[in-house]
Design a protein around this ligand. Structure first.
Ligand SMILES: O=C(O)C[C@H]1NC(=O)NC1=O
Length: 244
């Protein structure tokens, strides 16, 4: 089985860490290819970055489809471009946010999401409502850690995340923690051990869900919302993205 993991931002070191986390979760027979677009934002922190990450993301999804991958993971916690990617793909496409929310819901009554910056919180709250899982989320908290600080071993990111986890336990009644950034993927096991509750990483969750979907032969439905885009002209810089 081959799974494409796309980091929609353009920071290669983050893509490498995401790929390592994905491979650590993958089953022995699963090959993981981790990529990021050549164009777009270095990190995604809010709606504006998210918008400009989508074209590059979709280009990578299209390449994966052309090589016949068995499934795709969108490795950005906002689930950047998820619906558009599903419209382009026939293989299943799973976002790490949606995956983590579902996995946390299977092991805990209520969970708290710990993400990077406060500006990223509303998009995550919107996704929880869109997915019908808002009732299971006690709160979405920000550790006030820029995404790329997670790439800097000298930053206080880990300490900040740990402090917010303790707040979530004390104040939210959180029975599990969901890590709200792909760049936190390699922290899940250590944080779970240090804080004494399940800590869910979306990268690993999405890999296992794609493996399951592919094993069951479940592919993206093309009947309505995710129907293949109708051929039409796109003008200017976006010409190459026009549905043919
Ligand atoms: O929204 C966030 O802060 C997290 C999100 N941004 C990013 O570049 N990769 C992510 O997982």
């Amino acid at each position: 089985m081959r799974i494409l993991v796309v980091n929609p931002n353009t920071t290669a070191s983050m893509t490498a860490r995401i790929g390592a986390a994905a491979r650590a979760a993958a089953a022995p027979g699963t090959e993981v290819e981790a990529v990021n677009p050549a164009m777009g934002p270095a990190s995604i922190e809010g709606y504006y970055d998210e918008a400009f990450a989508v074209p590059g993301l979709l280009e990578e999804i299209g390449r994966g489809e052309a090589t016949g991958v068995d499934g795709h993971v969108i490795a950005c916690f906002d689930d950047t471009g998820l619906e558009a990617a599903r419209s382009l793909a026939r293989a299943p496409v799973v976002g790490i946010g949606e995956a983590a929310f579902h996995m946390a819901s299977l092991i805990a009554g209520r969970f708290t999401v710990v993400t990077t910056l406060a500006r990223s919180v509303p998009a995550i709250e919107h996704n929880l409502m869109k997915y019908g899982l808002a009732a299971r989320c006690a709160r979405v908290r920000a550790a006030e850690v820029p995404v790329l600080a997670l790439e800097d071993a000298a930053s206080d990111a880990r300490r900040r995340i740990a402090g917010v986890i303790e707040q979530a336990k004390d104040e939210d009644g959180a029975e599990a923690i969901v890590l709200g950034c792909a760049g936190m993927a390699d922290l899940a096991a250590a944080l779970s051990s240090a804080h004494g509750l399940p800590v869910v990483d979306g990268v690993a969750s999405a890999v296992k869900l794609v493996e399951g979907l592919a094993a069951l032969g479940l592919r993206t439905s093309k009947t309505l919302g995710y129907a293949t885009p109708r051929p039409k002209r796109y003008t200017g810089l976006l010409d190459r993205f026009a549905p043919r």
